[in-house]
Design a protein around this ligand. Structure first.
Ligand SMILES: NC(=O)c1ccc[n+]([C@@H]2O[C@H](COP(=O)([O-])OP(=O)(O)OC[C@H]3O[C@@H](n4cnc5c(N)ncnc54)[C@H](O)[C@@H]3O)[C@@H](O)[C@H]2O)c1
Length: 443
């Protein structure tokens, strides 16, 4: 029997562009946008690093006039208490989500759990009529994607997916150059992301090393890059062909242990990580290990690593453009290159995040016109996380700040399209064939 609340592929394809629906966290429930003296009741589920650093302490510091923390929830009963201290709030803590929702009665819910569980809290939050925001990736597989879209349809409202990368001024600049039309039609793009032997390795120490927790880096990490590309191109992904391999971490290691602290190989291991030097991580993870046996300094060479560290994909888009993409997780430096090969020229970006030499600037952007000249694009100086992008994102969400159409909040459509690109890439690697995005909506 047909279920009217089931989100069909046709619904998805015909859904309006992500920006239009994105503001609905506020507009569907006007009470959430109120600017009078009542503060919005705010709760977080999944109180680890992201919750405390991006959606916890900075909100207490800068948004206490519009927000009131009413509950924090995590499956680790000790971490949720540690997080409360780090955030510096005086609200109840919970290990049971339903109990938190019943007792704390939030208006707004931030979902910052391990990726695989976002879907549970997004759908429950929606069914309770709460304004839901989730960290990326929205979900880790197509079944979860459908569940979120179905839940939105039943609830009659949309979630926000907090793609902070869009709000970095350099990324906005790229969007605006492409939107201006000065380079004409975009023919193809080259996008290479480099994760270094520190940050890249860190994914293999943590839950991210397991496909069933983070969907692999195709989803967990590349969702950021796929969202940027979908947004920059103003197009949807259509088909993905990919290859992926695990060449450095996991089974490739010459030795291994459970985690770094007791490891007998630490003196000779280039990936040895001394977590005891990080006070915050000691408090958030090490002090609470006995509650869940989760080791934040896990061995990067554990045999159970089932994700890839070396990935390539070719993505075809609905506007006829293509992307040649790579993600490598054991590089000597951190950063990326992206280039747009257009009818009338080329736009190139080289971003330096960390390297063993002095880079003159963090980001270089050049526009080169065919039969013409190369122009260096100057970027505005901005302060704060991600060049001021984090604050702009938080202002949009919590202060309902105004923004041009292309900077409006990303919604489930953006969350789905970027995840589905990664899910299609992962499927393509596993099944050794090109995968159409449309296929993921069958059945
Ligand atoms: N946008 C970004 O740039 C960015 C950066 C880092 C992390 N993130 C995202 O934030 C989320 C959290 O990442 P993190 O680095 O804080 O990880 P983390 O491991 O520090 O925290 C995750 C927390 O979720 C809890 N948890 C796990 N399963 C749960 C469940 N079923 N119910 C409730 N709580 C559960 C864990 O106990 C832990 O406290 C992830 O989705 C990640 O992708 C986004």
């Amino acid at each position: 029997m047909a279920d009217s609340n089931r989100f069909t592929r046709r619904d998805f394809v015909k859904a309006a562009g992500s920006a239009v629906a994105a503001a609905s966290l506020f507009s569907v429930t006007p009470s959430l946008a109120r600017t009078n003296a009542t503060r919005r009741r705010y709760a977080i589920v999944g109180t680890g690093d992201r919750a405390t650093s991006m959606w916890g302490l900075p909100l207490v510091q800068k948004y206490s006039d519009v927000l009131e923390f009413v509950g924090l929830c995590d499956i680790n009963p000790k971490r949720v208490v540690a997080a409360k201290e780090i955030i510096g709030v005086d609200c109840p803590t919970f290990t049971n989500f339903d109990e938190m929702m019943d007792k704390a009665k939030p208006d707004l819910l931030m979902v910052t759990t391990v990726d695989a569980f976002h879907v549970d809290y997004i759908t429950k939050g929606l069914s309770r009529g709460v304004g839901v925001m989730t960290e990326k990736p929205m979900v880790i597989n197509e079944k979860q994607c459908r569940a979120v879209l179905d839940a939105e349809k039943s609830a009659g409202r949309k979630i926000v997916v907090t793609f902070n990368y869009r709000y970095a001024p350099k990324h906005q600049k790229v969007k605006e150059i492409l939107m201006s039309g000065e380079l004409g039609r975009i023919l193809s793009t080259d996008f290479s992301w480099y994760l270094d032997v520190y940050h890249g390795a860190d994914y293999f120490r943590r839950w991210h090393r397991l496909k069933n927790k983070g969907g692999s880096l195709w989803v967990h990490k590349a969702t950021h890059h796929f969202d940027l590309m979908n947004w920059w191109l103003a197009a949807d992904p259509v088909e993905v062909s990919a290859s992926g391999d695990l060449k450095i971490y996991g089974k490739n290691g010459p030795f291994r242990h459970t985690h770094c602290r007791p490891c007998p190989h630490k003196a000779k291991c280039p990936f040895y990580y001394d977590i005891t030097k990080n006070e915050r991580r000691m408090k958030l993870y090490v002090a609470n290990e006995d509650a869940d046996n989760y080791y934040r300094d896990g061995c990067v060479f554990r045999e159970d690593v089932d994700i890839y560290d070396t990935m390539n994909a070719l993505v075809k888009y609905s506007n006829g453009a293509t992307m040649s993409y790579s993600l490598n997780a054991a590089m000597p430096f951190e950063g990326y290159r992206v280039a747009f090969n257009c009818e009338k020229g080329r736009l190139e970006v080289r971003d330096y995040e960390r390297q063993p030499w002095e880079a003159p600037e963090e980001t270089e952007i050049h526009v080169t016109k065919s039969f013409g000249q190369r122009t260096k694009i100057e970027l505005p100086k901005a302060e704060g996380g991600h060049g001021g992008g984090d604050d702009r994102l938080r202002d949009l969400i919590f202060r309902n700040a105004s923004a041009p159409e292309h900077m409006r909040l990303p919604d489930s459509r953006a969350g789905a399209m970027s995840c589905l690109t990664g899910i299609a890439a992962r499927t393509s690697v596993e099944q050794k064939r090109p995968v159409k995005i449309e296929e993921l909506f069958r059945g």
